[in-house]
Design a protein around this ligand. Sequence first.
Ligand SMILES: [Zn+2]
Length: 88
Amino acid sequence: MPKHVDPHGGWEVRLDLECVLCTRTVATAQGPAGQPFVPTSIRVRRPEHVEAVQQRRCPYCSGGLWLQNREDVYVYAGQRQPRIARVS
Ligand SMILES: [Zn+2]
């Protein structure tokens, strides 16, 4: 564990983009905590699904995507990597 918290780090929110119809998780969005949530990065699980995710559509069934499974992560300055690893 670090001895001090970098003042330029900060809390971010990570959410899964999940289909409302088939409940598949197709991407993970992350961005600064706050309302409205504006993701600064979206990681799509499969490269061929990027286009569908950009249109907020499920690549499997064309259902809508919504944000699920909110998770707060602390991001250190210069290291835009979440410190808390997802266990699933
Ligand atoms: Zn779907």
